[in-house]
Design a protein around this ligand. Structure first.
Ligand code: SAM
Ligand code: SF4
Ligand code: SF4
Length: 375
């Protein structure tokens, strides 16, 4: 049960049966949650990224290198995964706290059986202001030509496809399993055909691996309506062997592209946008750069991540998550869950990328992997 007053939600908290350390938090019988929720740096909670699986059929060198994610790697057992009903319930709690955008990710989200069922339910959510929740998905595109129509029919209207090169040798080496770029391109075509808009393409640029592919990626997608986003290789997780020399700064990417196709800065749509966008001067499309390493954007970071086993991570570079599955499975009410999330967000102080340069060491062996919480 909850009462709304101007700019504020006052939920009544039912006491759940949780027996964990969260008991005190859940046991309050009355809680006032002021909206918008703000963290310690005054950032509101607006975006939820939901990982629906930690598994993937690729072994991208910068994410799940096959030397680490081999056949003996212990992925989550089925029983540990949140069910679609549980994900929907958690998503509702978040939307009730001001979330306006939900991104499904993974691992590879299209590997999760019947994902359309979840999409259908999430597509029905409305923000606190009564608008549609902005629902999108990030995929490696390997199954997209088969799934584009059913995802569209289920209510997904925007999509991001990761593709690090259109050149077969480079792409197949980079995805670690020899998957053909041609099939990902078919998936992108299928998404365009059924009407997805926008279709975005993510290219992680790694020096000495695919940096020579920047002009051909720009050329290939110019004039197609697809927006390519060039992403700086990040030091997420503890297994991708990151070092600063492998990072191609966005400034360099922009120099390379504009030498072939002049660019004009585009206006930023939202402070929380991760990409800085540019138009081609001849109006044949838009590109973006995501400069998480050289131009961190923690100040506008309104994102929280939910792992496939129900842990909440307030930063991509976190070592620990807060479990929401156990409180939920042990009978916690929606209001109890809402309070758990609100309390987590209010305590949030993360700004890892901004602090990276000041740290003696940036690599912690316990950092969570990107494939576990999604991008
Ligand atoms: N499997 C899906 C895919 O590849 O699109 C979704 C999950 S993947 C973890 C989400 C995004 O994170 C992808 O666009 C991927 O390229 C990006 N990513 C993974 N590791 C990265 C890294 N070390 N630095 C920058 N981006 C990374
Ligand atoms: Fe899989 Fe995506 Fe990670 Fe590549 S980036 S290994 S496709 S989860
Ligand atoms: Fe957000 Fe953490 Fe990335 Fe900064 S480092 S932008 S706080 S996820």
């Amino acid at each position: 049960m909850k009462a709304f007053t101007l700019g504020r939600v006052i939920p009544l908290v039912e006491v759940g049966a949780a027996d964990s350390a969260e008991r005190n938090l859940l046991a309050s019988d009355f809680a006032v949650i002021e909206l918008p929720l703000r963290d310690t740096h005054y950032r509101p909670l607006r975006d939820l990224r939901i990982s629906v699986t930690d598994r993937c059929n690729f072994r991208c060198v910068y994410c799940m290198p096959k030397e680490v994610f081999g056949k003996d790697y212990a992925f989550l057992p089925r029983s540990e995964l949140l069910s679609f009903e549980e994900i929907e319930r958690i998503a509702r709690v978040f939307v009730g706290l001001g979330v306006e955008k939900i991104r499904l990710t993974g691992g590879e989200p299209l590997l999760r059986k019947d994902l359309e069922y979840l999409v259908e339910r999430l597509a029905r959510l409305r923000t606190l202001w009564g608008a549609d929740v902005d629902l999108t998905l990030t995929t490696n595109g390997s199954l997209l030509s088969r799934k584009a129509q059913s995802l569209w029919d289920a209510g997904m209207k925007r999509i991001t496809v990761s593709l690090d090169s259109i050149e077969e040798t480079v792409f197949q080496r980079m995805n670690g399993v020899g998957f053909p770029a041609a099939l990902v391109l078919e998936g992108i075509d299928a998404a365009l055909r059924v009407g997805f808009a926008p279709v975005k393409v993510n290219m992680v640029v790694k020096r000495g691996v695919n940096d020579t592919q920047i002009p051909s990626m720009a050329r290939h997608f110019r004039g197609t309506g697809v927006e390519v986003r060039f992403i700086e290789f990040m030091d997420v997780g503890a297994s991708n062997g990151w070092n600063m020399e492998s990072v191609v700064p966005s400034s360099e990417v922009l120099r390379i592209i504009s030498a072939a196709f002049p660019l004009v800065p585009a206006s930023r749509t939202k402070p929380s946008d991760t990409s800085v966008r540019f138009h081609y001067a001849d109006a044949r499309g838009v590109i973006g750069v995501i400069s998480s390493v050289t131009q961190p954007f923690c100040g506008g970071c309104t994102r929280l991540r939910l792992s496939a086993d129900g842990q909440l991570f307030t930063c991509l570079f976190a070592s620990h998550g807060l479990d929401i599955r156990n409180p939920m499975r042990s009978g916690g009410s929606d209001d109890a869950l809402r309070r758990l999330v609100a309390d987590l967000w209010r305590r949030r102080a993360d700004r890892y990328s901004e602090q990276r340069g000041q740290m003696n060491t940036v690599r912690s062996p316990s950092k969570v992997e990107m494939s576990f919480i999604g991008g």
